[in-house]
Every structure is written in C-alpha cells, then in structure tokens.
Design a protein around this ligand. Structure first.
Ligand code: RUB
Length: 321
C-alpha cells in the first residue's frame, strides 16, 4: 500500500486501533523507502519526510503513530549514500513492526496473570492488547466472562465481540450507557490506550473515563494494557495530547442535522482518564502503577522527546525489547 493510500485508510478508520495504526505506518514508510527512486540522499530524505508528515497528520491522538514514525525515520542517516539511507529506514521499520508484535504478545502474557479463574471483565472499545490478555487467560484454561460495550458512534464493540466469540469466551454485549447498571456484575476492567501522559493519565476511546469512574466508585480494579510506544514523551515538556474531534455525521445523519439549526453535534473520539482511576498499566516491560509513567518515558523512549518532529528533533529511540 502506498503512503497516501495508507494515510487515507487511517483517516477513514479502515485501519484503526493505536497499535495497528503504528505498525501500518511503519510498513508504509518501509515500502515507500523501497520504491523511491531518489537521485541522492538529500532528495530521499526530503521525500521520506513528506511521507512521514502525511502519515502523522492523519489522526492526532494515538501517540503510537508519531512514536513509530519517529523511530523509523531515526534510521535515516543523512551522511551516508542513498542506498545505505534506504536500508537504514527499512531496517528500523522492520525492527519496529517486530518489536511491536513482540510487545503485544508479552503484554498478553503479563496481563493474563492478573486475570483469575471466574473473573468477569468489562472492556470498552476494541483494543488488540486488552483482548490479548483475555484470550491468553482463556487459553490458559481460565473460565472468564466479558461485558463488551457497543462503542458509539463507530461500533468498535462489534469487532470486539466477534473476537471474543471466536475465542470461545462468554460475552455480554451492552450499550455504552449500561456500564453502571452492570458494574457490580464485573470484577475487573481492562482497556487499551491511545496515549499515556507523563502523569499516568490514559487517553483512550471516548467513554473510557466514565467506565473508569464507575469502576472506581464500585471498587472494581482498572487495568490498562499499553505498549511503551503509547507513552507520550512530549508531555514531559508540557505538551498536551490533542483529542480528535470527528465529523458530526458519525453521530447524527446530515439530513436530520440540517433540520436542527440550533443543535451542534460534538464528537470527540477520545477522553482522558486520570491516574487515580487506574490501578495498573501493563506494558511489555512489566506492570507499573500509572504514577511511574515518567520512568517508562525516560527509560524506553529517551529524554530527547521521542515523537516525530518534522524538520527537527533528535532521534531518540523507542526500544521495544
Ligand atoms: O481507543 C481505541 C481505538 O480507537 P479508534 O477505533 O478510534 O482507533 C483503542 O482502545 C486503542 O487504540 C488501543 O488499541 P490497541 O490496543 O489495539 O492499540
């Protein structure tokens, strides 16, 4: 897939979920590097930077995307010849994809240890790593049951219930507003993350903070499953995570909206769950309390602000191992 095709698919959410977005962006940069017929390294670098910027511009919230792009682009050494520069990008892209897959597997293993036989788990949205923990627990023979939300307006819950069904996990499908009605039937919440900030706040699908608040009130533990490349280095220097606001017609059809001139539809795709509502963040480096997010950023993403910064920034590295 070309870079513009990939960018379009990420924008339209045909490719979605923070981890998948990151790996697909790395693949697109690798393929772009492979096919570019640039006369010299400077031209190659310029084209690659344009491609990188296009990918980063597709969705603003999932930090995995700029982190992945930055990691791949850090393989481009401007002082070598064009073939070496190309190989540098390809190598870093392959490395990112592999370590991301490895991270997903490790988190499933670590997360499954926090799931006990007989647990009833609530999940919100469609997170590859959160589901990985449940599927691994089931694979280990633990009898679990899941409550999965619908996830208005894009219905990611439909993907989640299919995956759970196919894994042979007993699943209850509920509308988003039914979470509080069922929270006392549940003894664990597991969700994914699009970004984790330096203070341990978790940005995830809209509604996650309501789920976590409800869980806190009911004394139900909340686990966030998140690879280290979901942590946001630039929050160390005070940058805020941008919350994507998506088109109104995802929520209300245009033909109805047209008849309601006094009504404005608001459609934020993500929200922020404060660290007080989170018991544990399970990363591929192990489980941490949210308050230790800073350590993950420092140890695994580097101090130099690891996100892709078009035209500048030093190449700090995500270290997936
Ligand atoms: O909020 C979402 C997806 O939102 P969207 O559908 O808008 O992309 C997921 O919970 C995280 O991205 C984590 O997913 P994963 O664990 O698969 O990276």
């Amino acid at each position: 897939m070309t870079v513009p095709e990939t960018a379009e698919k990420i924008k339209s959410m045909e490719i979605r979920g923070a981890g998948r977005i990151a790996r697909t962006a790395a693949e697109a940069l690798r393929d772009h590097a492979l096919s570019l017929a640039a006369p010299d390294t400077a031209a190659f670098k310029k084209e690659m930077e344009q491609a990188a910027a296009l990918l980063v511009s597709t969705r603003p919230t999932a930090v995995s995307l700029p982190n992945a792009v930055h990691y791949v682009m850090a393989g481009l050494d401007p002082s070598v010849n064009v073939d070496e520069a190309r190989n540098g990008v390809i190598h870093r892209a392959e490395q990112f994809i592999q370590s991301s897959q490895h991270a997903v597997e490790r988190i499933a293993g670590f997360g499954a240890r926090h799931i006990r036989d007989g647990d009833v788990i609530l999940t919100h949205c469609n997170s590859e790593v959160a589901l990985g923990c449940m599927i691994e627990a089931r694979r280990q023979g633990k009898e679990i049951e899941v409550f999965a939300t619908e996830v208005r307006p894009r219905n990611q819950g439909h993907i989640t219930i299919r995956t759970l069904n196919d894994a042979g996990i007993k699943t209850n499908f509920i509308v988003d507003s039914a979470v509080r009605s069922f929270i006392n039937n549940v003894n664990l919440v597991i969700v994914g993350a699009d970004a984790v900030t330096v203070n341990g706040a978790v940005v995830n699908k809209i509604g996650t903070s309501q789920v976590a608040h409800t869980a806190a009130e009911a004394r139900v533990n909340v686990i966030v499953a998140a690879e280290t490349y979901k942590f946001a280095p630039r929050t160390v220097v005070g940058e805020l995570i941008e919350i994507e606001e998506r088109p109104p017609n995802e929520v209300l059809p245009d033909e109805i909206a047209r008849t309601l001139p006094n009504v404005t539809v608001r459609n934020p795709a993500f929200d922020v769950t404060p660290p007080e509502y989170i018991d544990l963040i399970v990363t591929e480096q192990g489980a941490i309390p949210p308050q230790m997010a800073y350590v993950i950023i420092r140890e695994y993403l580097g101090w130099e602000i690891g996100e892709f910064n078009p035209g500048g920034g030093s190449p700090a590295g995500f270290n997936g191992e």
